[in-house]
Design a protein around this ligand. Structure first.
Ligand code: SF4
Length: 297
């Protein structure tokens, strides 16, 4: 009996998974790939726009979401407060990333389970590049899902990614002009400067994130937990002095980064360019800042 294989590729709205999907179409046109985007319900508008553009080039993209898993009161809405209650009212954090499980992984598992029940083995293509350290493709589960990394196999590195997008008529997603990653608007992996930019670009989304920090929901042990860490609620960014301090620190880091780049002659002169794309390097962090590739790749 022929083995039934389902090829799937998850799009996060980030540059690497997007480039991978286009690259697969160019280099493995015979593979029948199901593309999916796990919409957390709290994505940036720029991400949704970019997914629509990709769909014009790739064909149908399955939109998966966590609504059916978290629809506690039957309203058919993705209610983050309900999820907070299920998690003892603790905001997700780098130490307890329950959001990735609830908003990204479970909807994928649910979708994949239907194929597995039909007897498929799943091959999942992920956008880990040849110039990145080894990582597992998913924070997942004991299922017949094989992870394949075509960029790694083919020696594709960071500098190739923009070329792949460009030759397919795409620029980087618009949020890269001010933020380094796709994912939820309130993602706790963003740097303080990115929170400031979120407030400027999408004040409504900033206010929404602020609301999740407030109220009895987020006060279980008497300690307050905030997106930016203990003791630093988002409203501190409304203080002009604090804001100015963060911007100044960021600019110093960018300057240091540019000097280093020039010294190493890797990028040539990048004067005047805000490198959201390189924010992890600017902050001496690992690429992705430790976030799961499902959220940002
Ligand atoms: S993008 Fe951030 S907040 Fe959203 S699921 Fe991923 S880690 Fe959690």
């Amino acid at each position: 009996m022929t083995e039934r294989i389902k090829h799937v590729l998850g799009l996060s709205g980030g540059k690497d998974s997007s480039a991978l999907a286009l690259y697969m179409k160019e280099t493995r046109p015979d593979l029948d790939i199901d593309y999916f985007f796990t919409d957390t319900g709290y994505e940036l508008p720029e991400t949704n726009d970019f997914i629509d553009k990709l769909e014009e080039r790739l064909g149908y993209i399955h939109r998966l979401n966590a609504r059916s898993l978290n629809d506690i009161d039957g309203r058919g809405e993705l209610d983050f407060r309900s999820m907070l209650k299920k998690h003892q009212n603790f905001l997700p954090s780098q130490r307890d990333r329950w959001c990735t499980v609830q908003l990204k992984l479970k909807p994928f598992e649910q979708w994949a389970d239907d194929f597995i029940k039909e007897g498929y083995r799943i091959v999942n293509y992920v956008g880990i590049r040849a110039d990145e350290p080894s990582r597992t493709g998913l924070l997942t589960i004991d299922k017949p899902i094989a992870t394949v990394m075509p960029f790694r196999e083919d020696g594709i590195v960071k500098s190739d990614i923009e070329n792949i997008l460009q030759r397919n008529g795409l620029d980087l997603p618009d949020y890269y002009s001010w933020r380094s990653r796709s994912g939820c608007s309130f993602c706790f992996y963003q740097k303080k400067i990115e929170w400031i930019r979120l407030k400027e670009k999408h004040p409504d989304l900033f206010e929404q994130a602020k609301k999740f920090e407030k109220g009895e929901d987020n006060n279980v042990t008497g300690e307050r937990f905030y997106w930016m860490g203990k003791g630093e609620p988002l409203e501190t960014l409304e203080d002009p002095k604090r804001r100015a301090q963060i911007i100044e620190n960021h600019e110093k880091k960018v300057e240091r980064f540019k000097k280093k780049k020039r010294r190493n002659a890797l990028l040539g002169d990048i004067e005047g360019v805000y490198e959201a794309n390189d924010i992890d390097e600017i902050y001496d962090d690992i690429e992705g800042g430790g976030a799961c590739i499902t959220c940002y790749k």
